[in-house]
Design a protein around this ligand. Structure first.
Ligand code: 0X9
Ligand code: ZN
Length: 431
């Protein structure tokens, strides 16, 4: 543990010594060099030992509950449980007071509970928020701007909209003939990250994809994609939640956005707020729960921004929304057990997800086979615009796996993203 703390401090020192400014080198390899630590130093599983460190939520528990199948998991989501880990006959995750009351009913079997305060304390002594190997909102913004400034012939940055707290949601666009919000008829690919706040690896992967594409812009295949496609990267889809999660000095395990709800609780689950079977299975109507679907579909500025973004760009053919963690590549439907009705689309989903699974070592499956959850961004994007939309559950154990995981995760997922670019001109060509 001490060794991890030392590595973390060294990384912070190196990072603060050379903050990324617009004029700095922002190559992919240099970014990795800033992040790399030996594999042996990858964070272990969370320690659940009792701690009195501050920053914990009153009445919030890390629980393990019996759940034999996806239907049982769906019922738990509806009880407001924030499912984090799934195993054969049980799940683990967070439960607030409302969910705890429901878990005590006969309908559920609670196996264990640990106060969230103990979990947060156990984790954060090794990974305080000052662990700047990960990019916070400002660093993400600066890096996107630096990449665009250094590659101004093919890259531009624009805001897709503002968050609840007024932050811009930034997008890097890569297109050899169109900048900013100018329309393009080239087939588009859209990479979105981190709509769940605490899933910080889901910001790093698309951010590093952007840096890698700029580094490799003269490779024959990348050059072709840059000249023939319209590529959009929004690495941080929920910046308010991200900032809240890291700003207090200890991680908050925060998932939602920062809207103030009718009962004064905070946050709507953005991946339950899209208009796809909104707030039916696998979502909670209770505002203080982690799976709260919001007062209505698209009630949130962040989900509205993503909706407007898709609707204004009907040239977008492929999409990944990055989450963590399960090492899975998911395709629609997630809110319904059925397969998508269009046989050709289904074949393309299975084929493309399968290829990306080979490149990452992840497992590909229909989203609802994990659990049924409605209001899902990818379900909506596919239903509303026809885009082939994939949810990536990146690798790792825990939401705060440390810097050492970034290198390998980026490497694997860049391969998958480049594969997606290779089929974006015609996603049906290899089926
Ligand atoms: O529950 C979610 O929103 C996603 N998992 S996460 O741990 N990142 O929160 C999974 C989304 C997959 N979609 C459905 N099963 N509908
Ligand atoms: Zn997520």
């Amino acid at each position: 543990m001490k060794k991890l703390l030392l590595v973390s401090l060294l990384l912070q020192a190196a990072y603060f010594a050379a903050p990324l400014q617009a004029e700095d080198n922002v190559s992919y390899s240099q970014l990795l060099a800033q992040l790399s630590v030996p594999a042996a130093d990858i964070a272990p599983e969370p320690s659940y030992s009792k701690s009195t460190l501050p920053g914990a939520d009153e009445g919030r528990y890390w629980v393990t509950v019996l759940a034999a199948d996806k239907h049982a998991r769906t019922r738990l989501l509806e009880a407001g449980m924030d499912i984090v880990e799934i195993s054969k006959d049980r799940v683990s995750g967070f439960a607030g007071p409302y969910t705890m009351a429901q878990l005590s009913s006969k309908a559920f079997t609670l196996v264990s509970k640990v106060p969230a305060s103990a979990l947060a304390g156990g984790y954060n002594k090794d990974f305080p928020s000052a662990d700047s190997a990960y990019h916070n909102y400002k660093e993400t913004t600066d890096l996107l701007n630096s990449l665009a400034a250094k590659n101004s012939d093919i890259a531009s940055v624009f805001s897709i909209g503002k968050t609840t707290e007024g932050r811009d949601i930034w997008c890097l666009r890569i297109n050899s003939s169109a900048k900013g919000t100018a329309p393009s008829s080239k087939p588009g690919a859209f990479f979105l990250g981190n709509i769940h706040a605490r899933e910080h690896l889901a910001n790093e992967v698309p951010l590093l994809l952007a840096a890698w594409l700029m580094d490799h812009r003269n490779d024959a295949d990348v050059k072709k994609y840059i000249s023939t496609l319209d590529i959009y990267i929004v690495p941080m889809g929920n910046p308010d939640g991200v900032e809240y999660d890291v700003k207090s000095g200890s991680y908050q395990y925060y998932r939602k956005n920062m809207s103030v709800n009718s009962d004064k609780s905070r946050g709507v689950d953005l991946n339950r707020n899209f208009d796809s079977w909104w707030c039916e299975s696998g979502a909670s109507t209770y505002p203080n729960s982690d799976t709260y679907c919001g007062p209505k579909a698209f009630s949130e500025p962040e989900s509205q921004a993503i909706k407007r973004f898709f609707e204004a760009r009907r040239n977008i053919k492929t999409h990944i929304s990055y989450h963590s963690y399960a090492s899975e590549i998911l395709y629609p439907w997630g809110g319904n057990e059925a397969d998508v009705p269009n046989a050709k689309d289904k074949q393309a989903f299975v084929k493309i997800a399968g290829e990306m699974a080979k490149l990452t070592g992840y497992e590909s499956l229909k989203s609802s086979d994990m659990y049924i959850a409605t209001g899902d961004s990818c379900d909506w994007a596919y239903a509303a615009t026809g885009v082939l939309a994939f949810t990536f559950e990146l690798e790792g154990r825990g939401f705060y796996p440390g810097a050492a995981i970034i290198n390998g995760a980026a490497d694997r997922n860049i391969k998958a993203a480049v594969y997606l670019l290779s089929v974006t001109d015609n996603p049906y060509k290899n089926i």
